[in-house]
Design a protein around this ligand. Structure first.
Ligand SMILES: [Zn+2]
Length: 687
């Protein structure tokens, strides 16, 4: 294995992974050596003199595991964006091994003793504020991992972590399996109602699957949502919608139902070992929200107004449906179709008329330009850099002085082997521990590609464009990071704060001056006509009842699943049925993510009992963006400079403190309710 790139220094520009040399077989030996190296680094910390110092313990810990980190970052990113059977097998093999390794370090009694000793003396060590917070966070992390448990309990914690890692991996692979397996192959005669752009995308998907001359609908959001919105074939909409919502539920090898049951049970057991009533209580104890009552209060604050608004929306849909001769209730596969018809009638907006103005490349430019005007960044294409797939574009990011800031990778298209959804990740984090290290950030989207060979540009929906800006906001959080220690870098903040930088950035997508400049017709280059722009902005809150119900129902079921009093006996299907009945979730809307494919909760632990974070952060982003509206300038330099401080701070400061320093006061929930058209309300958020 002498030629294993993970064992060599990368002489690529900016420390880019040498993707062209990395093969699946390089990962197992790199994982093995990476774990060994980190264990000997930990042993060296334990052998250092007593009493411990910040440098020989905390800083040494921050320095440890570089090879493992580098290997893991490349592996997990490739496995998410461009996987194959070899990588999937390695994921199954190494998920439990890596979890075991992490747990072993987290539960090492000697390491905890040194950190606990430092923690007890923390006020006498002369630490800078970022160092003090780093020490406190490491101490808390180990306590929350089980450092205070007895040896029998620790062994059980370790076994559970290992098993959970396997279950998370299987869950994600099962969803991908169901998404890959299903496609709806159509003939030209089946395309009634589909506008030209949707036909082009379906033709391109067919072409990529060797079905030239046909049309293919897939379960990628950017394929199925337009289909459900425009197809006048109710039978086909129903088929497609049922396949979409059935992901992860098919009996057999890829069934996620038993996996959910086991995950929920094991998480509950861990929480009880650590002295909490349930997993939600454990998870939320280390969040801005602090406890499940606060989260529930926020979710319920929007739940009834959202349902009331959705009822009004449904009445509008029914009117059009009846005029169409549909004398049955509106079904989940009807909502998007009829709501598009209402939107067209009420606002004179036709998605097919809007979409030609949202060219992917122009929206990317709009995002870059906004980051330039707000934060002084510039983006230069670097086609010379190695990338892992031909779809990926690499950009060099510089600041106002021309200094290198980092590398931004954009991976925008849906394809087989790529996880669904949109996400931001990093290949390398910014820090300055020993020498300045610049970040390498990646944004993944799943946009349906247009006919590339025919020279047609990829067109986005308004929502797609917002998603692009959202992930780019996370990207900026990584790129603008200015911290000393790796574990405080960029997005390493509390989960219910991490969506603030991404969600507030979404607002710049629809700033009128951006739309006037960048929303240009793909054929004529004409800017979006003013009347259409006005109608588009006027329709912003249209269908918000549906969107809020769909999201909030998912956040509520997440909370309820993770605070169930008897999680080991949980029957996921029955639980879901009873949940829908208890909360009176409108059946024609349902959940945005059903448990069986809710990857936020079960393909990893990150958003478990944490899906509320989007709404939590929306309290901040609605209130935060209102500051720019009040200033009368979406690019107000003083506000932008203060906002930049949030993007740069990583986890060096308390999030609410950061927010107040930017805004000058606590967030006010009224801005969120206005933003969603749910009626203004008095009072401060509990956040
Ligand atoms: Zn996000």
């Amino acid at each position: 294995m002498d030629d294993n790139p993970f064992f060599e220094t990368w002489d690529t520009p900016f420390g880019m992974p040498p993707f062209d040399h990395i093969r699946p077989e390089h990962f197992p030996p790199a994982f093995e050596r990476g774990m060994e190296e980190q264990l000997s680094e930990i042993a060296a910390i334990l052998a250092a003199p007593v009493p411990a110092s910040f440098a020989d313990t905390i800083e040494a810990l921050e320095r440890s595991g570089r090879l493992l980190e580098r290997t893991s970052r490349v592996f997990h990113n490739l496995d998410a964006s461009d996987t194959n059977p070899a990588l999937e097998q390695i994921a199954r093999d190494y998920a439990p091994r890596l979890a075991q390794h992490q747990t072993r370090i987290a539960l090492d009694a000697g390491l905890f003793a040194r950190i606990a000793d430092l923690y007890a003396r923390r006020d006498t060590l002369g630490l800078a504020p970022d160092q003090l917070r780093l020490l406190e966070r490491h101490h808390l992390r180990l306590v929350r991992a089980g450092a205070l448990l007895d040896s029998g309990q620790k062994a059980r914690m370790a076994a559970i972590n290992q098993r959970l890692a396997t279950l998370h991996t299987l869950f994600g692979q099962n969803v991908l399996h169901d998404e890959r397996e299903w496609q709806l192959v159509l003939d030209a005669a089946d395309l009634d109602g589909l506008p030209q752009f949707a036909r082009a995308v379906a033709a391109q998907a067919a072409e990529e699957r060797g079905l030239a001359g046909k049309y293919v609908i897939t379960l990628a959001r950017s394929s199925i949502e337009p289909f459900l919105t425009f197809s006048s074939r109710r039978d086909l909409r129903r088929t497609a919608h049922q396949a979409w919502t059935a992901r992860g539920t098919h009996p057999g090898a890829a069934d996620n139902t038993p996996i959910i049951r086991e995950i929920i049970g094991l998480r509950g057991e861990q929480a009880r070992l650590l002295g909490y009533d349930n997993f939600a209580a454990y998870r939320l104890d280390d969040s801005m929200a602090k406890n499940d009552a606060t989260v529930e209060q926020l979710l319920l604050r929007v739940w009834d107004p959202a349902k009331a608004k959705a009822r009004e929306e449904r009445a509008d849909l029914e009117k059009i449906a009846r005029a169409d001769g549909l004398n049955e209730p509106i079904e989940p596969w009807d909502w998007r179709y009829y709501s598009e018809r209402v939107r067209r009638a009420r606002y004179d907006i036709d998605e097919a008329e809007v979409k030609p103005y949202f060219v992917l490349d122009n929206m990317v430019r709009a995002a870059f330009d906004s980051a330039g005007r707000l934060f002084g960044l510039t983006f230069t294409p670097r086609p010379d850099l190695p990338v892992y797939h031909p779809d990926v574009r690499a950009w060099e990011v510089r600041d106002r002085s021309g200094a290198h800031v980092g590398i931004f990778l954009h991976d925008n298209f849906a394809r087989a082997g790529k996880r669904s959804g949109a996400w931001s990740s990093r290949y390398r984090d910014q820090h300055t521990l020993d020498a300045p290290v610049t970040p390498i950030v990646v944004n993944n989207n799943n946009f349906a590609r247009s006919n590339a060979a025919g020279g047609e540009p990829t067109l986005l929906s308004f929502d797609d464009a917002e998603t692009l800006f959202h992930e780019f906001g996370h990207g900026l959080h990584g790129l603008l990071s200015r911290v000393r220690y790796p574990s405080q870098s960029g997005t390493a903040v509390r989960r219910d704060f991490v969506e603030f930088p991404s969600q507030i950035f979404e607002h710049w997508m629809s700033v009128p001056e951006n739309l006037r400049q960048y929303a240009r017709h793909y054929q004529t280059g004409e800017p979006i006509p003013e009347p259409l722009l006005r109608r588009l902005l006027a329709a912003r809150n249209f269908n918000e009842g549906f969107a809020t119900v769909e999201y909030t129902a998912s956040a509520l079921i997440d909370l309820e699943l993770h605070r169930d009093p008897a999680p080991e006996n949980l029957d996921p299907e029955r639980f879901e049925r009873e949940f829908l009945a208890r909360y009176e979730v409108p059946r024609e809307i349902g959940l945005r993510h059903r448990p069986a494919h809710f990857q936020h909760l079960f393909a990893g632990g990150g958003y478990a009992a944490g899906y509320y974070a989007y709404l939590w952060a929306e309290v901040l982003d609605a209130d935060g963006f209102a500051a720019f509206a009040e200033a009368g300038d979406a690019f107000d330099p003083a506000l932008a400079a203060r906002l930049k401080d949030i993007y740069s701070a990583g986890d060096t400061r308390d999030p609410m403190e950061l927010y107040r320093a930017f805004r000058g006061h606590d967030p006010d929930i009224a801005a969120l309710l206005r933003q969603r058209g749910l009626g203004a309300s008095e009072g401060q958020a509990d956040a």
